[in-house]
Design a protein around this ligand. Sequence first.
Ligand code: HEM
Length: 479
Amino acid sequence: MNSTQMPILWALTLTVVTALAGTAITKFLRRLSTFAIPMVGAGTYDINTLKGRYVKEADVLLREGYEKFKDSIFQVETPDGPRVFLPRKLAHELKPFNRHEASGMKALADRHIGQYTTIDHESDVMLGAIKIDLNRNLGNFVGDVQYEIAHCFKTQFPTCDEWTPIDLHGKLLRIVAQASARIFVGYPMCRNEEWLECSTKFALDVMTGGEKLKQWHPWLRPIAQYLVPEMTHIRGDHQRALELQWMQQRAKKIGDKSFDSKELANLQMLTATAAIHTTRLAIIHALYDLAARPEYIEPLRREVLDVTKDSNGRLRKQHLTQMRKLDSFMKESQRHNPPSIATFQRKAMIPIDLSNGFHIPAGTIVQCNTNMLDEAPAEWGDPNAFDGFRFYKLRSKPEDTNKYQFASTSYDSMQFGFGNDACPGRFFASNQIKIVLAYILSHYYFKFEDGIVGRPKNLMFEVNVLADPTVKVLFKKMR
Ligand code: HEM
């Protein structure tokens, strides 16, 4: 062997030894992170089958866990290691812990290796921007959002003079991104193609980049991140977001100097990401539910036209409040098609002891099994049926008129999470969804393309519920 080959040999040996040591340590840590609680499917399937099942059919797996272990804690094998699922009732016990003790953001960041994908943020600036700047001004935004949505339909949608198949996933991504940007970054930036592209692609880059980087051993990730193209895209997205102002203004207002402008740009991207994909998906689910149950279309159209009859179609905040049937339909659609079947995810930042004696060590991620439809209160009626006016009827009692709204969270409605750290953007989302649906109901007829019978089955990616992107809905403009 000559002298030039020696360093290569050493490097190779070192890499192999590092990888072997890393694997052994990972296995050891994995054993430590396994809890003395039942594992769904253990004894029936091998570990790889269980991981695969979690990716493709977590809904079936969690149902099995629920039926077998009912009110007890169980764990599920996932590609990231075992995950602890709490029965919904234990959400009450985690509620008193603040975000620095049980953090939803840290749970999300862990899932997508946020230290690399740049989503590891626990930020009062971002929450203030949403809870204060956005939520206190919702009424002022309605007109602008309606205008932007109308502009999008005119410029982005085909004319639909005849029945025209529409790829809702693509079209609504653009519409929701632009309508949200109208408020987040203002006009004319909301029509800036570069911003729209980076705010819509960021989430995908985070998810895909995170999954690719996870294939590398944790010790090699600091270097491997430069080999994953999505990571390069993420850095580019941040650079572009740097030009924007919203978060800078909020940080200035509260005198917070701990964030440099790069981090503020990151928060801007995070907010857009949290807003766009969730809102778009809720609209698609509602449209699929409407196309599958066309008997709801006319009553909802009537409601939209009735509440706006004195304003020439121009929407104001109180009109959205008056759309109670639409609100109910949206909530029922979300009950059947939640964004995730395991909301209320928290990473314990301190050790937490539950009343049943279960000890959650610091660093553990727990989540609640929140989508068992049959756990609904008896007064809600048949829990498994799709009743688009279920919540409209429940609100008819004077004392319940402000309950059961799309954006209300409760122990029985955890689709937006639960407690102090439930989704802060839900009121904004509720308005955006109503404005888009009201626009569609008052301008288009729509139905599924021929051959689609009933409600298309959703797809699962882990605990996330996705609407089938291959389904086309036909649109025809009203005359
Ligand atoms: C239909 C649309 C939406 C759905 C289904 C949704 C759902 C959720 C859920 C389930 C959570 C976790 C809550 C918890 O763990 O308790 C969450 C958190 C969050 N959402 Fe939303 N969301 C939506 C729209 C939005 C919008 C429009 C924004 C921004 C304007 C937004 C910003 C956030 C943020 C910043 C958090 C983290 C909150 C925290 O850690 O305290 N979301 N969302």
